[in-house]
Design a protein. Sequence first.
Length: 257
Amino acid sequence: MIIRDITAPNPGPFTLNGTRTYLLGETAVIDPGPDIRSHVGAIGRAMPKLRTILITHRHEDHAPAAVRLKRATGARILAPHGVLDDKVVDQRIRDGEKIAIEDETLEVIATPGHTREHVCFLTTAGDLFTGDTILGEGTTAIFPPDGSMRDYIASLRVLLTHEPKRIFPAHGPTREDAVALIEQYLAHRLEREKQVLDCLAEGARSAAAIRKRIYPDLNFLLRRAAEIQITAHLIKLAEEGRVVEHKGTYAIQCAAQ
Ligand SMILES: [Zn+2]
């Protein structure tokens, strides 16, 4: 199946060059993107036979264009629970479900973490559409409580078991080194987790104190985002019983006697 893409005109710090809307063959799109009239028009012109709109997760830069696109083309919307309104979605998709698109079959893989409802789509050829679970460059933002570092790391491990060949991310370049990229993503998070534990062992008690040790010279605008990522790690460690939280301060859990 031929895979094309159209990048939405919404570049930014989280969207990189903009949202990449993928066109599968002649009849399906993944992540129609933000509701920008020119972008929806470009998808409509490129896909006169559009029948199926697939969505990875509910964020503003991925899902909203589906509504206008459906109105213009009559295509059906397939999305996990939590994405758009029930009235506009034709089918709620779940982990393990298979979706026929022309001569291909897409498998739905639940990948909670970036958001709780996030799914990826895998073709039989090993092409993996990752939404915001894996980006073509940089890292994915995990914002608790909707985002969960524990779920996210588990989702990366699930993706590895599928041994994908190529990654088509919603932001950033297509990657031919799918397994290596996922392994790199996993190693990066586990390394950060170890740094957080080391900082706690050295006496840091808050996300801000840990951030100062890990990134002492961070630009003011990026500090908050970094502290949220560290908080996501702290919540994961607390959920696993490795860290205790008390009124916003954290400490390593001492082994029980
Ligand atoms: Zn997102």
